[in-house]
Structure formats: C-alpha cells, structure tokens
Design a protein around this ligand. Structure first.
Ligand code: PEP
Ligand code: MG
Length: 762
C-alpha cells in the first residue's frame, strides 16, 4: 500500500481521505474538486502527526498517562490533559517534517502568506459525531516559525480535557483518533458568516445565511448578532432580509491573532449582503448539498467582491454549533462542578433554585436553574419558566428528560448530588448536551432551543423518506413546534401529561363528580395536537402513569404504595381494572372521532398478553365505539408482547410501536430511572435488538405497521439499524427529527444503491 505523505495539497484530496486529512481537510478537498471557490491550502496529514509521536518517542507515554483515567474525575482529567498537551508541545518536531511544512508554505506564495491553521481531527465533522469546537484553530499566522508552532498547538489540542472527555463518552478509541492540520490562506474577509443550505430543523429547501462584517469568527462564536437572509431554493428568490445592529467585528491583529473592534457609524446597521451575493452563496450551498447528498453548514467569506467557501460539514443543529464554540473559548477557565447525563441540548446560565418539595415550586422565577431530586408532572408549570433543569436522579428516558426536550429547555439528569452540591442562589451554567454544570456564568451564544424552528415556519420536509418519520408529543404547547418539523404524524402522544398537569388524579375527578371536566381537558388537549397535524396519523396513548407520579396530586393520598411502581399498577392493566378511568378517556376519543378527526388512533401501553388488547377493545365497544372502524394498536414495551406479536396481530391490532424506554428496562432488568445503573441501560443490547428484529419481521409478514416511539428512535444509529431491519415508521423527539430524517434517507438510499449494484453484478 502506498505510504501517505506528510503533506497533501487540496487538489489531491477527496472525501475518502478522512483518515489522512480529517473531516475538515477532506471536505475542503472535495469542495475544491467540484469547483467551489476554496482558498488555497495544504494539509499536514494525520500520518505526519503519528510519525511525530513515534519519532519523538512520546506516543506510548501519552497513552500511558491517561490509560486508566476516570474521566468523571475532573481533577484527574485536567491533570492528564495538561500532561499530554505539554508532552506534545515540548517535543522537538523532526527536521524532515519541519522542512516539508516550510517548503509547502513557501510554495503557497513567494512572500510569507497569512494563513489560518485549523485542526482537523480524523473523527471530526462526521454525521454521527460532530466534534466541532473540540480542537483548536489559529488565525492570522504569518511566517515559518509561527506556522510550525501553530501546527504543534493544533496537535496538542487533541488532548484537551473536554476533547478527551468527549471521546471517552462517545466511545471513541483514543489510540485511533488522529489529527490532521489544515494550513489555509487566510482570507481577510470584509464580510463573512455561515449558511445552512436547507432549513436546519424542518429540512425545507430554504437556505439560511447569517453574515456580518470582518472575519466569520464573529458570527460562529456568537459575538455579534448577524444579518439574516433567507433564500428560497424553489422560487430562487431572496425571501426575507433581517438587518441587525452589528456592534463589533473581528479583524486580523497585526501579524498575529485577531481582535474584536467596534463597528462604527452607519456600518452598524448597513445591510451586509446584496441580493446578487445571496444568490451566488445560495448557489454554492446548493452545489455542496447536492454533492454531499445532505444539508450542509457552510462557512463563507467575501473579499473584494470575491466569494470564498471556507468550510462545509453536515448540519447538526443550530444550537449545538454556536454553543459548542461559544463555550470552547471559555473552557480553560471554567470549572466543572457537577456531571450527569446530557438529557436535553442547549446551554443556559442562571441562579440555582433547589426544590425539595413541589409545594416550593412557586419560588421558581423566569430564567432560574431548577435543581431537584426528580421532576414530577406537577412540576411542569415551574419547568416551563426555567432556563435549565438539573436532577439528582434519572436517565435519558425519565420524566425530566422527556419534558425538558419537549420544552426545548437544557437539562442534565442523574447527577446524583446536585441538590447537595449546588446552593440556592448560586450562579451556574448548564450544558445540556455534554451533561456538565459549570461554576458561574460562562458567556455563550444566545440560547437557541434546538427544538425551535428558527425561520421559515412550518412546511413540508425537503427530504422524502419511504419510512415515515413521526414525532413524539407530551404537552400540547409543543404541538406547533412538533408540526413545524414536517413530521409525518405523531407516533406517540402521552396523555398523562395533560391530566397530571391539572394536579388532580383521575380518581379525584371521578370521586368528586367532575367527570365532565376530565373528559373536556383530555379532549381539548388532544384536539390541539390533532389540529396541528391535519390529515396525518396521530396515535394517542391511553393513560400510563406509575402510581408514584400521582402521589403529590389531589387524590394522590388514595393511590396505593407500591414497592416498585415501574412494575406496578400502570398502563392498560390499571385501565382494565379502573374501568371508570378508562371510560372517561374513551369518551374524549369518541367526541373527537365524532368531530371528524379520523386520523386519531389509539395505542394501549404496557400490554403483556393479547387478552388485554381483546378486553380493552371489548370495553371500548361497550362504551359505544365502532371498534372495527377505528385504528387501535399496542405498544411493545414488555418482552412478552414482542414474543407474542403474532397472536396480537391475529386479535386485530392495526399497528405496534416499540416503547424501548420500558422494553430495555424489562428485558435487561435495569431501572430506567436509576442513575446508578444508567451505564448498563443499553437499547442496543443484543437481546433487545433480537426482540425488535423478530417483531418487525412478523409485522411485515402480516402487513401491520410497525413503529418505534421510545427514546432509542431518536438515535440516528438505531434509526439506521431499524430501517435496515424493515421498520415502517420511526417516531422521534422534536429536536431529533432532522437528524433522524437524514439518517433514514441515507440508509434507504444505501439499500437501494446496494440492490442496484447487486443487480448489476449478476
Ligand atoms: C417507552 O416505554 O418507550 C415509551 C415511549 O413510553 P414511556 O417513556 O412514556 O414509558
Ligand atoms: Mg413506556
């Protein structure tokens, strides 16, 4: 095999070269090859970095220094990181390598060219693992010696604490994570910014461009409020122009580095881009998107009327990109005081308010950080107000996680000690993506809820998939945001949140002759969701709240005390015994069907035997439902229902949906809310996959729609696996729809491509 050289020029690089040049380098090379105006550049390859590690003899020492590291131990992590970084910085770069870098630099221009030196980790910018902001970039570097130092600093940044932590958490093997360095002519941009080639949430063909004066860092880091332009790819027209007040710009600082300066006079409010420039940028964006096959997040820059494309990578989410970078600038000085599971993305700072009893939830104010042992449905009003949520207990599928994601509020769950370590009044910053709590307020870009459609509003999704991509909803106020994703329907509406938010148990309504209130609340809440999804299926799940969730409400005193509520009186088993409770739910469904909402389907939770489905259907019939002409299905949350799926089908279910949150817990005997066993909670455990695979096959045989609405459906890797195994639909969280749709589309295309190739080969 040909040895990869230390230096590769952009023109020699293709996207397959990621192992040598990293995501950034490969993407630039690929873009140059399709004719996009990329500034000239060369890449110091990952192999060069390896040679450096080996020849200087530091490779083994570095890995040994953090082989047994517990990344959760902050002090140890910081120590290991700074040790590894300093080994890289102090090592003497081999003379041959130095020489090659110097020669390449000279070849760029006879005079010392000003360059940007960017890290390009070989696992960076991949669709499934955006490492954006984890490794460093050095701008405005001039001269050989500054360049050599900058290259070495990029290499060292591979061993930053945050980068090591992130890789460990994502399961990357550190021995095989490499780093390349892109050395690129620095465009002294007069104006610059970013562009989403399609709407980042809904996937609509709307190109969204943000631009400001000076270098693009000002926009990327959130230092400035940029102008916003929306270009409609269908009509090929500029649809919207929002000119902002641009107070500062980032410019080159002499020969080294950059500085932030004030934008003076009328320039502050002057529109940055002309229509012609927008047209051209959108065209380049389209070329990149068509070439890569998925929407791109592009950095651009303009100088003297010439457009340059600096970077392109698949869109993750708006919030993540800005927030990750905004945080990274401050990360050196920030102190992590607590860690947990990142349950709802986004970053927010605020004043801690510890809630030990729901009765104290009234003291929570707008913008506070709510800290509690575990949230309950009766805390939802307080959860609506706060900037972020932190809990001691729980995992990715606990109540706090589900509701926070839907509210678009950053959340960290399962910290074990938040209510002890944090103090009311203390100011902290919560990173809901990484699961970290920092001391004090860390400046970051304005919080952008990942779930909030930014611009353009509702509309059809640009990516059409054969597998339906639906959305989960728990609170009616999220319905419009959910619909704006362009989802193909609602694969799960959890109605317990409609009722529990009223702070009275269903039993209370019945005992106090308030049945009509109960039916009306349910009817009105479900109707809001149905109205947001006209003509699309909406599967409403009958009540499924464990008894402990009812405890704090009026009527909660009559709930039984159960040793293990997760295995107790919940779901369909309770409704079949508390028939009045079931009757009232059915009454609300009947009214909606009567009003013409024939897209309403009903799903029964926690079924373990086909007899339960038969009994529920018989009860509905007794309550006056024309059961043969409505859509009734089940959740597969208990291994028995996965195993007996054929019998269920024979009993007439119209669909089945995997509730993996529970299916995982009941298959592996891992309490989904118990942070002590959270790392053993594995949706991709072979036994879980085995159950899912078999049930899908049987559903396919009988032509019964088979779906997923558990949290695992919001994981792109799982979505790919499910599509490969023949699932008919996937219902994901609002914030995950765009990436799930991309994962589904990509997998479907691959399946078609492979089938075509196999045909050709025959
Ligand atoms: C599930 O169990 O996967 C599910 C979607 O239901 P819940 O999370 O409400 O138990
Ligand atoms: Mg469940």
């Amino acid at each position: 095999m040909k040895e990869v050289p230390n230096i590769l020029w952009l023109e020699e690089i293709r996207k397959e070269d990621i192992p040598s040049v990293g995501g950034k380098g490969a993407s630039l090379g690929e873009m140059a090859s399709i004719g996009l105006p990329v500034p000239k550049a060369f890449v110091v390859t990952a192999q060069a970095f390896r040679r450096f590690l080996v020849e200087t003899g530091i490779e083994k020492k570095i890995f040994a220094s953090y082989e047994k590291l517990d990344v959760e131990n902050n002090e140890a992590l910081e120590k290991a990181a700074s040790g590894a970084k300093s080994m890289v910085l102090k090592a003497k770069m081999p003379a041959i390598l130095k020489d090659e870098i110097r020669k390449a630099y000279k070849k760029m221009s006879a005079e010392d060219l000003i360059v940007a030196v960017r890290s390009s980790a070989t696992a960076e910018d991949l669709p499934d693992a955006s490492f954006a902001g984890q490794q460093e970039t050095y701008l405005n570097i001039k001269g050989e010696s500054a360049l050599l130092t900058a290259v070495q600093m990029c290499w060292a940044s591979l061993y930053g604490a945050r980068a090591i932590y992130y890789r460990a958490k994502q399961g990357f093997d550190d021995h095989s994570v490499n780093i390349a360095v892109v050395v690129q002519q620095l465009v002294h941009s007069e104006k610059a910014g970013v562009m989403f080639t399609s709407h980042p949430i809904t996937g609509e063909p709307l190109t969204i461009i943000e631009g400001s004066w000076g270098l693009g860092e000002a926009v990327v880091s959130g230092t400035v409020s940029p102008d916003k332009y929306i270009f409609d790819q269908r009509s090929q027209k500029v649809m919207d122009v929002l000119v902002s007040n641009k107070k500062v710009e980032i410019i080159a600082d002499g020969d080294h580095g950059t500085k932030v300066v004030e934008v003076t006079g009328a320039r502050q409010d002057t529109r940055v881009l002309s229509d012609a420039e927008i047209d051209k940028l959108a065209m380049y964006g389209k070329i990149a998107e068509d070439h890569y096959g998925i929407p791109q997040d592009v950095e651009w820059s303009i100088v003297g009327g010439t457009i340059f494309i600096l970077q392109s990578r698949p869109i993750t989410t708006i919030g993540n990109r800005k927030e990750a970078k905004g945080m990274s600038a401050e990360k050196q000085s920030a102190t992590i005081i607590l860690k947990g599971q990142g349950a709802a993305p986004g970053i927010a700072s605020g004043r801690v308010v510890i809630i030990r009893d729901v009765k104290d939830a009234g003291s929570v104010k707008e913008g506070d950080i709510l800290v509690t042992r575990m949230t309950n449905p009766d805390m939802v009003p307080a959860m609506r107000k706060v900037a972020a949520i932190v809990t001691d207990e729980g995992g990715m599928t606990c109540h706090a996680a589900i509701v926070s994601r839907e509210l678009g509020t950053p959340a960290v769950v399962g910290t074990k000690t938040a209510t002890h370590i944090l103090k009311t009044g203390q100011v902290v910053t919560v990173d809901g993506e990484m699961g970290l709590i920092y001391e004090g307020e860390i400046p970051h870009a304005a919080p952008v809820a990942a779930a909030t459609p930014q611009l353009g509003g509702p509309g059809p999704a640009a990516i059409i998939t054969a597998t339906s991509v639906k959305v989960n909803v728990s609170i009616p106020e999220a319905a419009v945001r959910a619909a704006a994703t362009g989802a193909d329907g609602v694969g799960l509406l959890r109605i317990e949140h409609l009722i529990l938010g009223l702070n009275k148990t269903p039993g209370w309504f019945i005992a106090n002759n308030k049945e009509e209130d109960f039916v009306r609340e349910l009817h009105d809440g479900i109707k809001i969701v149905l109205d947001a999804f006209p003509g699309k299926p909406v599967w409403v799940r009958t009540l499924d709240a464990p008894t402990d969730e009812f405890r704090n409400m009026m009527g909660g005193e009559n709930e039984p005390h159960e040793h293990n509520p997760m295995l107790g009186w919940r779901g369909i088993r309770r409704d079949l015994q508390s028939q009045d409770q079931f009757r009232l739910q059915v009454e609300s469904f009947k009214r909606l069907w009567k009003e013409g909402y024939d897209n309403l389907g009903i799903m029964f939770p926690m079924v373990s035997h086909p007899d339960q489905f038969v009994a529920a259907k018989a009860l509905m019939k007794a309550f006056g439902v024309d059961v043969e002409n409505v859509t009734l299905g089940i959740m597969i949350e208990i291994p028995s229902s996965a195993i007996m799926i054929e019998e269920f089908i024979r009993c007439g279910i119209k669909f089945a949906s995997f509730g993996t949150n529970d299916l995982v817990q009941y298959t592996l005997a891992i309490d989904r809310n118990n942070e002590n066993v959270a790392d053993m909670y594995q949706p991709q455990h072979p036994a879980v996959l085995h159950l899912i695979h078999n049930a899908i096959q049987v559903c396919r045989e009988y032509n019964v729609e088979c779906s997923i609405c558990g949290q695992a459906g919001s994981d792109p890797k799982m979505a790919m696996w499910l599509v490969e195994h023949g699932i008919s639909s996937i219902s994901a969280n609002i914030d995950a729809i765009a990436k799930i749709r991309q994962a589904v589309a990509r997998t479907e295309k691959r399946i078609i491509l492979e089938a075509a190739r196999n045909r050709d080969a025959e």
